[in-house]
Design a protein around this ligand. Sequence first.
Ligand code: C2E
Ligand code: CA
Ligand code: CA
Length: 707
Amino acid sequence: MLSRLPPDVQQRLDELLEHLPAGVVVHDKDGRILSANRLASRLLDRSVAALIGTESDPSHWSFVQDDGSPMPESDYPVNQVLRTGKPLSHYVVGLRREGRGIIRWMICNAYPERDPHGTLERVVVCFTDCTALKRAQRKAQKSEERLELVLRGSTDASWDWNLRTGEVYYSERWWDVLGYAPGAMPTEPETAMRLIHPDDEPRVRAFVRQLLAEPRDSYSIEFRMRHQDGHYLPVLSRGYVSRDPDGRPLRMSGTNTDLTERKENEQRIYELAYFDPLTGLSNRRYLMEQLGASLARARRLDEYAALLFIDLDNFKLLNDTLGHDVGDELLKQVAARLRTTLRASDHLSRLGGDEFVVVLEDLGLCPDEAAAETKGVATKILHALGQPFELGPHTASTSPSIGITLFDGAPTDIDTLLKQADLAMYRAKAEGRNTACFFEASMQFAADRQAALESSLRTGLAEQEFVLYCQPQFGRDGLLNGAEALLRWDRGALGMVPPGEFIGLAEASGLIAPLGRHVLEQSCRLLARWRHNPALKGLKLAVNVSVHQMRDPTFPDTVAEVLAHTGAPPHCLTLEITESVFAENLPELIERMYRLRRLGVQFALDDFGTGYSSLAYLRRFPLTALKIDRSFVHDAHTDRSAAAIVEAIVTLARKLDLDIVAEGVELDAQRRFLNTCGCDALQGYLLGQPMPAAQFERRYGHPAGVA
Ligand code: C2E
Ligand code: CA
Ligand code: CA
């Protein structure tokens, strides 16, 4: 068709044309088709032969406009070029094939071909199928329209911003949430922006800018908006950006949700999780997180911080005697006083019970100064909590014991810090309470030693390393009338450990229960055996009982059971208790003692004169003997006041019909004095050392055993 070209070039061009992914139709100057390539024939649904020589052919195909209406024939691409003589580019037409009703969308480019004189000879029209693109565009438009409908009909606080026109729509509810009548302000994007909290506004603007620039569609962001009454409410804005097929944003729409209630719930949940409902202070969980943060901060700044562990000295007693309501009130007031004593930046938590923890940060780089500053805070706390508390009708006094540990950038962990402060707190208690102690490495050594001792105590119990010694007691007539069972820990190569070194630990670790039972069992076995020896028959054996054992409601049953299965005569068993048991719940204790007395068991009050109990107490307990403490015995023969005390105790015991035992008799002068006073029994190194039970039996187990 382009006949001026050499034939071989022409042939190659024709082939190329045939395979071009566009329909190409060449018209003559009257609009009739001269040639069409393969794709053109497919698009027009007519064979090339049938096409040639025709103009447009409405019985087979026609063009429609963008909106689907028929296109006037004069607007057909070929006719436009013929009329204007100018090329036509990117002209979108719909091609309808009659009978099929299908419209394919085409982008048309058409241009005129002229002869050397400039006369229009032909028009070449190229079609490219853009149906898929057109459909996508349609769909986007449809959903956009639908969205607009949804938003405007919605009862949500919704809004819709047409980015092309700049017009914004705010729903009625949108205004309502912010306390305004609909349309109270201009409907423009700035209206919403102006209501955003000034602290949030730059962030929101940046967010919107970025959102529109990014190929991202849905979004959600939280910020605060000003209500008409002036307060700010937390808002969650969610929505999306619709875009044209090229990704250019068309509109941005969404809904705003008022988060006030959710935030309040979140706050409540947070408070429940992290705060102590009684005092309103943060709880253990919060403290752990806080300590982690403080530790990291100290490390980062390489500055000192301090952990103070505060324990009230007599809280348990107060709580038990005045009742839990009063105890709670005390804790509340303690919390309030601590709060006013501390700076706002100090962290205060209640660990539980009567334990409070304070964390001080930013104590500087110098350990001495950090210690001095912490000491100052501790002193203030001691003073604040040392003042009496008004608890309804009661006035109560308490005092704290404070353990302190300092920490800085050195590697450690939260558990270690808490343990250190706890150890220091126990030291403060040991130093007489109402004081503050700093943690020292030696405390850790002591604690480690204790832990090791506790574990060997456990194995020692299992391995039967605990043995009974017996120390004889003699009556006024100088005859043996009993013995005291004294416990020893036989650690083999490590030697014999006296009870003073392990009873306290056994009590603290709970091992006193099995240990006490072991002593009771061994003692009762001895008593049962002695029944069959005329020299030992009827001797009393005094067994030391810890306050922890007396506190146990099942203790009388244990004693009854051991007596029964060993066959020991109950009236030969004396339980030695100390005045410390009287700090317990008295009615229950007395009831327990009476149950034991009914079994036949007797009670001696050990170390008498060293405790605090009033003499009036003595009448309330079913005691059978008093043991004068060896400190009075020690001085009685030389010191007039010690002598007077011994005499007074003996007189008192007579009046109360109690036996008197004097212990720690080391000198003959002491023995003479005690005898003149009228003591019923004497015990001490002068008369007999504590010795293994077997040795005691060998030594005294023959007729007329005397001192
Ligand atoms: P305690 O009940 O006051 O026991 C008397 C202590 O004085 C014993 O010390 C005994 O060896 C010692 N003693 C005896 N005569 C003299 C003397 O003439 N001069 C001096 N200076 N001391 C004398 P021990 O055996 O070391 O016991 C110490 C404490 O350990 C006992 O004091 C008792 O409170 C406790 N204890 C001993 N055995 C047991 C036990 O089986 N259970 C319980 N819970 N505590 C026990
Ligand atoms: Ca004793
Ligand atoms: Ca004693």
